[in-house]
Write a protein that binds this ligand. Structure first.
Ligand SMILES: Cc1cc2nc3c(=O)[nH]c(=O)nc-3n(C[C@H](O)[C@H](O)[C@H](O)COP(=O)(O)OP(=O)(O)OC[C@H]3O[C@@H](n4cnc5c(N)ncnc54)[C@H](O)[C@@H]3O)c2cc1C
Length: 595
């Protein structure tokens, strides 16, 4: 059975030492109480909940799955009790507004918890995760009456939230949404239609489920300009704001799927259900994007969380399992063979996973700090800059973290050889659970298009320009540091390649719009690797400055992992650059009939 230990030391390194977040966040309005001790205490306690409460339910939850009977969904054994403990501890509401019952802590802390939740039990993480996204959307777009009625219970965790976009004929292209919303005399709407693949659409963890549903008003324009957002409760609140009569919402079935089996994926039928408009008419997609952006970041964390737990188990296995002798001479003479860890190929797989995980942890935390700055910094210029960084990096976190998460869970499974394929060891579950993150919440192909088609161009390219100038300044500041040259040189090379490629791509796209689509996925990967290189150079720098007084080996290991990243992973950018520049014709020239 796999095990999990929360990576507290590395989270602390990223938060306190690399990003010096205590100072940055502590100076923001409302965060006066954020101190290093408080952050550490939350990480420790959150880590324990993940290790001791949620991880032990991960494998049994996968094997048992959710059950559907007579319209009711039952989550696997232990989930209900664990959920109660989780909400009683206030874990879902760490960053929520204190006026709604939340704890008003930085989003950054909530992000770090999210990684641990995803490592421990990604299926479980989805129930509070969707609720958190729904809270964000309602906080931004609902009227005061709806906020007062629904948000406190959602923040408390006794009511959960969903995101109802997908319909049988409509996934990526939400302009095709058919669910109807007909105005009632009392100002509410009658919602009718079928939504599929709805995560947490029905379950037994909460007293009520609050669906955020995209639907069309009777005379709405065609396409995405005619979509509105509605809040549709499973049960309508009574006069005491307790769940009252059933609304016209029912679960038709649940899906049987490759992974995240303890997360209920539901077909939801809305039969004239009472709904309430959220935000302006026909602007529903923009309002829903508030939730989707938050979910995209959370989905990226699934890649990191699963990569981390897979790494930990694969390392333990590679130290225990003996097989063959080292090419450079016997390392364990008392044993019949050497541990797997002596073999370079095993180390390649483990270090690939580790270097991606630690780079991702740094990027996730950096992005989360920018979310807090964008929300709270008194200077509008800094808020705008931070918001630009978050917008630019969101598709990268969603797509790159989930892509590498699938790659690395597979690598860690490989470390186990045949045993990795056997259920008992738990590694095949990590692979199956990781796969969905590449697909839902907008496939990774769509994330890449969001980066190249939208994020590169909005406000005259302000987003990439701002980000590139961060990299340029860091490189310029550290250009003369000879000790850091082994990290700065490859970073400089990657930064130049990325900026030249960006200019090329923008120019080519004016001649042929298909160039963007053809380049998107590889471009996103180059962008991600370059961003990781920036953070790895910074991590190596901090580690170099601290390694002399360190007996634990932590900083030396950071430096070694940074070297591995620069030497073995970053060079992918060169091949990808060549591929992209080969142009879209290689894909588009083929006649349809030739496929
Ligand atoms: C387990 C699970 C949970 C889910 N949870 C939810 C949920 O809670 N709420 C919800 O609303 N939905 C949910 N979904 C739905 C999910 O978000 C969609 O499946 C996903 O967005 C893709 O839509 P689709 O399946 O219809 O694929 P399609 O849109 O049909 O896409 C098929 C393929 O074509 C590609 N493609 C489509 N359009 C383009 C384009 N313009 N350019 C290039 N490529 C394109 C896609 O990238 C994909 O590879 C869930 C799905 C699953 C499997």
């Amino acid at each position: 059975m796999p095990s999990y230990k929360a990576p507290i030391r590395d989270l602390q390194f990223v938060f306190h030492e690399l990003l010096e977040a205590d100072e940055t966040l502590g100076s923001l309005p409302g965060f006066d109480e954020v101190s290093p001790d408080l952050v550490d205490a939350i990480l420790e306690e959150g880590g324990k909940i993940c290790e001791e409460l949620l991880h032990p339910l991960n494998q049994s939850g996968d094997q048992e799955g959710c059950r559907f009977e007579d319209g009711q969904v039952t989550t696997p054994k232990g989930f209900k009790e664990a959920y109660r403990t989780f909400i009683e501890g206030g874990w879902p509401s760490l960053a929520a507004d204190p006026e709604l019952g939340g704890q008003g802590l930085p989003e950054t802390i909530s992000f770090m918890l999210e990684e641990m939740l995803c490592s421990a039990n990604v299926s479980f993480s989805l129930y509070p995760g969707l609720t958190r996204g729904a809270i964000t959307a309602l906080s931004h777009h609902a009227n005061d009456e709806l906020k007062q009625q629904y948000l406190p219970k959602m923040v408390e965790g006794t009511w959960s939230g969903t995101m109802c976009l997908t319909e049988p004929h409509c996934g990526t292209d939400l302009g095709l949404v058919r669910t109807r919303a007909v105005p009632n005399d009392d100002g509410s709407y009658a919602i009718s239609g079928t939504k599929i693949f709805i995560t947490g659409g029905e379950h037994d963890l909460t007293d009520n489920i609050i669906h955020l549903v995209l639907a069309r008003l009777p005379d709405a324009p065609e396409g995405v300009r005619g979509i509105s957002l509605f809040l549709v409760p499973k049960r309508l609140p009574d006069a005491n704001n307790e769940p009252g009569e059933n609304n016209g919402v029912s679960c038709g079935s649940i899906e049987h799927k490759m992974g995240i089996k303890a997360s209920a994926t539901c077909v939801m039928n809305f039969d004239g259900a009472t709904g309430f408009l959220v935000g302006p008419e026909n602007k529903g997609l923009a309002c829903m994007f508030t939730m989707m952006n938050s979910e995209r970041l959370a989905i990226g964390m699934q890649g990191l969380g699963l990569g981390e737990v897979a790494y930990q188990n694969a390392v333990a296995y590679a130290k225990e399992r003996i097989q063959s002798r080292s090419a450079t001479g016997i390392k364990a003479p008392d044993k019949a063979a050497d541990p797997l860890l002596v073999h370079p190929d095993i180390r390649r797989m483990l270090l690939t996973t580790r270097a991606y995980n630690e780079g991702a942890r740094a990027l996730a935390t950096w992005t989360a700090i920018n979310i807090d700055l964008a929300h709270r910094h008194p200077d509008p210029q800094i808020r705008e800059e931070a918001d630009d960084y978050v917008a630019l990096i969101t598709p990268i976190i969603k797509a790159f973290f989930s892509d590498y998460g699938y790659e690395t869970t597979t690598l860690c499974q490989q470390v186990y050889g045949g045993h990795g394929y056997i259920q008992e060891w738990g590694m095949e579950q990590f692979v199956r659970d990781a796969r969905i993150a590449q697909i839902y919440e907008g496939t990774n192909g769509i994330q890449a298009l969001d980066l190249v088609r939208r994020k590169l161009f909005i406000n005259d390219g302000r987003l990439p320009k701002r980000f590139f100038s961060l990299l340029d300044s860091y490189i310029a500041e550290n250009r003369d540091d000879a000790a850091l040259a082994e990290f700065i040189d490859p970073l400089r090379e990657a930064n130049t390649l990325l900026q030249e490629l960006t200019a090329w791509l923008v120019a080519e796209s004016h001649k042929n719009p298909d160039e963007l689509g053809a380049a998107a996925t590889d471009y996103l990967r180059i962008f991600a690797l370059t961003t990781f290189a920036w953070l790895w150079a910074r991590m190596a720098q901090v580690a170099q400055n601290k390694q002399d007084n360190d007996n634990s080996g932590f900083y030396q290991t950071k430096i070694n992992t940074a070297r591995f990243f620069m030497g073995r992973l970053l060079p992918q950018i060169h091949g990808l650059n060549i591929s992209i520049r080969s142009g879209s014709d290689l894909m588009m020239a083929l006649d349809e009939s030739a496929f």
